[in-house]
Every structure is written in C-alpha cells, then in structure tokens.
Design a protein around this ligand. Structure first.
Ligand SMILES: [Zn+2]
Length: 383
C-alpha cells in the first residue's frame, strides 16, 4: 500500500493487496476478515432459516439454459468477471501469468526474481525493466475482441450491471464500456500518475506511450518524480471502487458471467462467492476454474463453483475460447448477426483511425526529412 491519498477518509475497507498466484491460497484466508465473517454469518442464517436457499433458476446447466434464462426477462442485472483470456485473441499477451514465455524473457533484466518487475518497491528503485517490458509488450493496435463487444451488447440491451476486469489493456473502454460500467480491479494503462504523494499529477495514455517508445523513463513534468501507469503492482492496494462496488453489485446479481480467467488471483477470484446462493454462474473458459475446495465445501463456506457434482444446480461451464463462447451464446439469444455487425463496424472504424494516425505520422516524418534535405543541402562541388 503505497498510496494513502487514494483511500477515502473513512477508511472502512480492509487493505487487500494483489497477490501473485502462488500465494493465492494463503491470501484467500486473510481476505477482508470482517466481510468473510459477515458472509459466513449471512450464509449460516440463510441456510438455517431456509432463506436464499439453493433455488434452481436454470432449467438446464448448459449455455442453452443460460440463454433461456436471459430471454425470460427475469435476468436484469448481469455481472461479468473477465481476465486475460478475453484479450488473447486481440494479440495481447497475458501480462502476469507464468507460462506465457513472458517471465522467461525477463532474464536479461537481471531481476532478483521474475515477479520483481511488477513489485512496487522494486519499481521505485529500478523502473527501467518495467518500462522496457512495457515497450516490448505494447499492443500495436487496440482492437477489442468479440467477447468485449458481447459485453457492450449486454450494456446496450440494458442487461449489464457492471464488468469487473483484471485486464489492464483498456480494451473494455475501446469497445465502449465506460466509467460506471467498469471496475478495473487491477488498474489500467489508460491513465498514469506521478508517484509522489504530494503531487499525483495525472498523465494520459498518449503521453505515456510517447515516453515508453522514446526509451525515456517517464518523469513528472511538475516535480520530476517517476510516473507510473495506474496498474496495480504487487504490494499495492486494489482501487477503492473495487471494494465499494462489489458490496453493492454482487448480492443483487441475477447472472454472473466469468470469462477468460482461471480465478487464481485473490481477492478477485473470491468474488464468485459473493452472489446469492440462487444466482446462476456461467464460466466461459478454456478449462474449468473456481471449483470449490472440497475441504471448505464441507465446512459450508467458500462458495466455489460446482459444475459436475450431484448437487450442482446453478454453475455452467462452457469450455471454449471466450469469443466462441460469446458467439454461441449470442446465437442462442438471437443476437449473433447484430454482434458480428457491431464487431465489423467498430473494427473498420479503428482501422481507419489507425490509418489516419499513421498517415499523419508519416507526413510529419516526411516533412522533417524533406525540410532536412532542403535546409542543409550539401554544396555542390564544381569539378
Ligand atoms: Zn509530480
């Protein structure tokens, strides 16, 4: 927790910082102890009194069952929880997860250990590796995927309560989710701030991009302190909005759609247990994830996913890419043509903007070279 200025005065939230995956088991136990206790009591009361019981909302634990439920009109507050898997088809590498080859690439930076590159204390002393990596991984184009547009479509149809994303690539914003629609749990590259407590000057993506690509370590124009993209590093707290919104959103959720995440980073992963007991949960992912720990399952808390047991009654796993899963669901809802059209039109718009930008950069570059070639024209030597 490096930044007290981001917290509200009445600091009622637990400070829960982002943990690397291998520590997630430990941190889940520590997660906002007060809340967990309340959830536990709530669950205990509701099961004792028969409130909020395991009512079966879906006729079928399939994508068809989910589509039917959405079409029934009873499902008005959809929450999406998304991770790196929704952006891989956009060519954006999974920034944090080991096994993507990313960590293997870090050897040249002489880090004490690979995660150091995302650790706030290390960054403040040695910002160079992070910015070198940011340059290497900077997406050539910010083009959202079918999955991103599916969420935009949920929004347009008045069904999306909010999207909770772990991604920092800003593609949700590019697809048209904005401000209130979005909780960027692990922060975003979209904005940056001066790290100095007394300054906190904000910078935008263009400013940061220019610094990154000119191999400058970004420093504040006002106070010369480091400037850091607003992504949450290990050792930093999650944005306050994450905690305040989650308390309002999850108990009221009618359908939780989890996409492209293996649900291993806390406290994000624990969100699946915060919806009501009857709320259906759809996972669209390349593998099953978020299943209940058998031990905690016996003890009655946890709230992990149960796709396969005899007692399964609300969790649906659709094993596919996020794009395929969203297209299939859109098809069942009768939205497929509309979704494909939205993707086509928006991608065309992005392409034409890119071309315009490129053309103006090219003409700037051309102007430079031509003026350069005009001005110091080498004198012609008479032979
Ligand atoms: Zn500053």
């Amino acid at each position: 927790m490096s930044d007290a200025s981001e917290l509200p005065d009445s600091q009622e939230e637990e400070e829960v910082s982002l943990e690397p995956e291998d520590q997630s088991d430990d941190s889940s136990g520590e997660e906002a102890a007060g809340d967990t206790e309340m959830d536990f009591l709530r669950n205990l009361f509701s099961s004792t009194l028969g409130l909020g019981t395991t009512e079966k909302v879906l006729d079928d634990l399939t994508l068809e069952g989910v589509a039917q439920y959405i079409k029934s009109g009873k499902c008005k507050n959809i929450l999406c929880m998304v991770g790196a898997g929704i952006s891989t088809s956009a060519g954006i590498p999974d920034f944090r997860s080991p096994g993507t080859g990313l960590y293997a690439n870090l050897q040249k930076y002489n880090l004490p250990h690979p995660e150091a590159i995302f650790q706030i204390d290390y960054f403040k002393k040695h910002p160079e590796p992070f910015f070198a990596l940011a340059k290497e991984l900077y997406p050539g184009q910010f083009k959202p995927t079918i999955c991103h547009y599916f969420m935009k479509m949920l929004k347009d149809k008045g069904l999306l309560k909010r999207c909770y994303t772990q991604n920092i690539d800003t593609l949700e914003r590019v697809a048209g989710l904005e401000g209130d629609d979005l909780i960027e749990a692990h922060g975003t590259f979209y904005t940056s701030h001066c790290v100095s407590f007394c300054c906190r000057q904000e910078y935008n993506l263009d400013w940061m991009k220019e610094k990154i690509f000119s191999d400058d370590i970004p420093r504040c124009d006002k106070c010369s302190s480091l400037v850091k993209p607003d992504i949450v590093f290990f050792g930093e707290s999650l944005p306050v909005r994450f905690f305040t919104s989650m308390k309002m959103d999850f108990p009221r959720c009618d359908l939780l759609i989890v996409m492209g995440t293996s649900l291993q980073v806390q406290p994000f992963a624990g969100l699946v247990g915060r919806v009501s007991k009857s709320c259906p949960r759809l996972l669209i992912n390349m593998e099953k994830a978020g299943q209940a720990d058998p031990l905690f399952g016996l003890l009655g808390f946890g709230g992990g996913m149960d796709f396969d047991s005899d007692k399964a009654y609300r969790d649906v796993a659709h094993i596919s890419t996020c794009d395929e899963g969203c297209l299939a669901l859109a098809d069942l809802l009768g939205w497929k043509v509309e979704l494909e059209e939205m993707v086509k039109q928006d991608h065309a718009k992005i392409d034409s903007q890119d071309q315009k930008e490129k053309a103006s950069e090219d003409s700037k570059a051309a102007a430079k070279t031509s003026s350069a070639s005009v001005a110091p024209e080498p004198e012609k030597k008479e032979e």
